[in-house]
Design a protein around this ligand. Structure first.
Ligand SMILES: C[S@@+](CC[C@H](N)C(=O)[O-])C[C@H]1O[C@@H](n2cnc3c(N)ncnc32)[C@H](O)[C@@H]1O
Ligand SMILES: Nc1nc2[nH]cc(C(=O)O)c2c(=O)[nH]1
Ligand code: SF4
Ligand SMILES: [Mg+2]
Length: 242
């Protein structure tokens, strides 16, 4: 009854992105997404290519798997996907983690609300720029930010926009100015998320990071923002499960 579709559980590793970058964490990745971003680095969660890996699991089973992998060596779990916000039943896992004094981070794109957002310690909302091929429903995003504000939960949430080109950069500015009170991250987009040539990829991503940093540095309208690469990609390239 209270199961959710899980496609992978891994860690301990570090959070490679956003507001808790560098945090030692376990990952639980759920299957299924309401978007289909052209450049999704986790397309296997929704494109059918890894459907044999999907297991329906309840909170106790997920916790058991986390303990098998991580033992006593973790205090933080990050839930990502796919879009975990499709899953009302994640409340059971979140409650169980809290009961065990584990901090919880979650990654979602801001297309759906769940009441359990209010129980997440570090909530990253990542609206999608034009290069993704997706169109942001700003009425829904407004509603989500309003609910977080209403519950005084904005301190534990951030916005993170992935940037591939100038159009994405303009979109990011629009999102930041719409919600100026929410901590804002610009993240380098990885447009070669299938290659196994790590050295070339990492070089390319560092150049794109420099490009993005320069754009932010030169932009007088962007002041209180943070610019980050995907740290895990700089260490491990496109390897899955790290
Ligand atoms: C795979 S998504 C899963 C969570 C949720 N669906 C979302 O998009 O926020 C996790 C994060 O990876 C980012 N991401 C996906 N593909 C990427 C890529 N090719 N380069 C950089 N970041 C990417 C997303 O923007 C999101 O912030
Ligand atoms: N190390 C590491 N950090 C991450 N931050 C966000 C990730 C994601 O795929 O959601 C991710 C991931 O897959 N690995
Ligand atoms: S919303 Fe997230 S998981 Fe879904 S397709 Fe886009 S990047 Fe991938
Ligand atoms: Mg990822």
């Amino acid at each position: 009854m209270s199961k959710v579709p899980v496609i992978e559980i891994f860690g301990p590793t570090i959070q490679g992105e956003g507001m808790v970058i560098g945090q030692k964490t376990m990952f639980v990745r759920t299957a299924g997404c309401d978007y289909s971003c052209t450049w999704c680095d986790s397309a296997f969660t929704w494109d059918g290519s890894a459907k044999d890996l999907i297991k329906q699991m309840d909170a106790e089973e997920i916790w058991h798997e986390l303990k098998l992998l991580g033992g006593n060596g973790f205090s933080f779990v990050t839930i990502s996907g796919g879009n975990p916000a499709l899953l009302k039943n994640l409340s059971y896992l979140i409650n169980l983690l809290k009961k065990n004094k584990i901090q919880v981070g979650l990654e979602t794109q801001g297309s759906k609300w769940q009441d359990w957002f209010l129980d997440i310690d570090e909530l990253t909302i990542s609206p999608k720029p034009p290069s993704s091929g997706m169109v942001t429903d700003f009425d829904t995003l407004d509603m989500i930010i309003e609910k977080l504000k209403g519950a005084n939960s904005t301190h534990s949430c951030s916005l993170k926009v992935v940037i591939f080109d100038d159009q994405d950069f303009d979109y990011a500015k629009k999102v930041h100015f719409r919600y100026p009170e929410i901590t804002f991250y610009l993240q380098v987009g990885n447009d070669d998320h299938r290659t196994s040539e790590n050295e070339r990829l990492i070089n390319q991503l560092l150049h794109k990071y420099e490009w993005l940093v320069n754009k932010v540095v030169e932009d007088n309208d962007l002041r209180n923002v943070k610019v980050l690469p995907q740290l895990h990609t700089l260490i491990w390239g496109n390897k899955r499960g790290v």
